[in-house]
Unconditional design. Sequence first.
Length: 173
Amino acid sequence: MINVLLLNASFEPLAVVGLSRAVSLIMDGKVDLVEAVPGRELRSPSTRQPMPSVLRLRYYVNVPRRGVGWSRRGVLTRDHYTCQYCGKRLGAHEATIDHVAPQWHCRAHNIPPNTWSNTVACCPRCQQRKGGRSMHDAGLRFHDPNYEPKTPRTSYLVMTSSIRPEWKQYIRI
Ligand SMILES: [Zn+2]
């Protein structure tokens, strides 16, 4: 699977996105190609273009440096609009947030439910299956066994993916 490093207009790394997200950013004219994957092409029946490895947004996105405030949208973005239980890609209309430790449990233990580490992107089907239980009680697991819900930071987003050689000049390792 090809991952693509997305840079801010300022050339700072913003995120690692999957190929389908990268292609839609290209199609929407939101990004410029910075580096391609050597020797690979993106082919459709009518076009051929370089396989993107690094893309740069045409507009600047203001990214808070630390202590990123929790938001529903932030969780969905962090999780690349992918259900963290079954791995399904989520359309904006079906994307929901699941509380890993259910909200009633948080309330009973005086823990804030809406935190980065307690919320993940979830599809309606898994949401229903989980039904207000803990992950363990519902017999659910994260689709990616290495996944841990965390506060999104640029360095975190970059480091969780295998790093392509073309990325190295844009990220600090
Ligand atoms: Zn799911």
